[in-house]
Design a protein around this ligand. Structure first.
Ligand code: OSB
Ligand code: MG
Length: 388
């Protein structure tokens, strides 16, 4: 891989943080709850030359997927992380993360700033973000993540609609109360489709044998995060039980490079779901991607129901070699009737998405749409940087 390009030191003029709420086209239910509307933080960072970098925060409304939420991220950003930008006159994504390292935790809040700085760096260099990250513009294989449904038949209907829309692999959310009967009916209806499952930590150790058995019976290719985040040893026990084609994938457990190292040492991981928001940004994602490659662990890019802004960052990352398996990056209309960006992301041939060719993430949010869904906003000027 090429060595990462030197990033330009950025002088920032102003940060604008907005809190939005967008209705989802279909409620998204997981083992931890139902989302009908996505509440999100959107950050714009403007440099002295007038260019603007964008990012969205992936924290959910409530602390259910992880300990972060929109309110904790908002508080971190307003009180600690954005003011840091005013104290570092010439900033880069890495310098920001070094300074932010003084504060523990809050990877999603930190990633919001870090990713906006990556977008801004690429725009200042007039280069697409995927190139700056070391990837290349190519069609990215994607699939769809299907939420829990009220009955096996309702789930089959959803899957059928997504298959008709062109999606290849299908990831089903499961929970101990909605698993085998649901997956069985999908498998009976679609004997040949690539099927993955994601439990978002809902299982306990006593479920291990049953889970391994039915996953094999229905040819599930990938089991994502069945056990609680800190139970690496349980994941290792399950991984030992699985036979091809079934592999064990970690999502929530891998919060950073240290955790991946531990999972590798314990043989608790076969595949890595990489989400820049979860691991504190694109810089940490590059490090995890390189470590996974050395360990021979395939990676794919996860999603958190992002708008076109976050999706663009994720797609740029997924252009790196090593993102072999289909990512959870679906077309705009799988999530929103009207995305924040124009044109929306559409599914290409062979269940793929393409990154945008323009500089940075290649898209600008449509101002009127942002305004329409914004609930509150905060402006933070950086007068000292502007004066330099
Ligand atoms: O566990 O991958 C997950 C959405 C919100 C929170 C957690 C997860 C998800 C998804 C959706 O699976 C993936 C997507 O954005 O399409
Ligand atoms: Mg997951």
């Amino acid at each position: 891989m090429l060595p990462p390009r030197e990033l330009p030191p950025l002088r920032l003029r102003r940060a604008t943080l907005r809190e939005l709420e967008l209705p989802l086209v279909h409620p998204f239910a997981t083992s931890f709850g139902v989302e009908r509307r996505r509440r999100l933080l959107l950050l714009a960072l403007e440099e002295v030359g007038g260019k603007v970098g964008w990012a969205e925060c992936v924290a959910g409304r409530d602390p259910l997927y992880s300990s972060e939420s929109v309110s904790t991220a908002r508080e971190m950003l307003r009180r600690y992380l954005l003011p840091l930008l005013g104290t570092v006159p010439e900033t880069t994504p890495e310098r920001f993360l070094t300074a932010a390292g003084a504060y523990r935790g809050h990877p999603m809040a930190k990633a919001t700033v870090e990713m906006a700085l990556w977008d801004l760096s690429a725009r200042v260099l007039r280069t697409p973000l995927c190139r700056l990250l070391g990837g290349r513009d190519r069609p990215i294989p994607v699939g769809v993540s299907v939420g829990l449904e009220a009955s096996p038949q309702a789930l089959v209907d959803q899957v059928a609609a997504y298959r008709t829309a062109g999606y290849g692999r299908i990831k089903l959310k499961v929970t101990p109360r909605k698993d085998e009967a649901y997956v069985a009916q999908v498998r009976r209806t679609f004997p040949d489709i690539p099927l993955w499952i994601d439990a978002n930590q809902a299982y306990a150790l006593e479920d291990l044998s049953r889970l391994a058995r039915w996953a094999a019976r229905y040819r599930v290719q990938l089991i994502e995060q069945p056990f609680p985040e800190d139970r690496l040893v349980w994941h290792a026990r399950l991984a030992r039980r699985l036979r091809p084609p079934t592999r064990l994938c970690l999502d929530e457990s891998v919060t950073g490079p240290g955790r991946l190292e531990e999972a590798l040492a314990l043989r608790a991981i076969g595949v890595l779901n990489l989400k820049p928001g979860r691991v504190g940004g694109l810089g940490p994602s590059l490090e995890l991607h390189a470590r996974a490659a050395r360990a021979g662990i395939p990676v794919w890019c996860g999603g958190m129901l992002e708008t076109g802004v976050g999706r663009s960052h994720n797609l740029s990352l997924a252009t790196l070699d090593g993102f072999i398996l289909p990512s959870d990056l679906s077309a705009s209309d799988r999530y929103y009737r009207e995305d924040l960006v124009e044109p929306p992301f559409a599914l290409g041939p062979g269940s793929t998405l393409r990154p945008r060719p323009g500089p940075g993430i290649g898209v600008d949010p449509v101002e009127a749409r942002v305004a329409r869904w914004t609930r509150r906003q905060w402006e933070l000027p950086f007068p000292s940087a502007a004066r330099n």
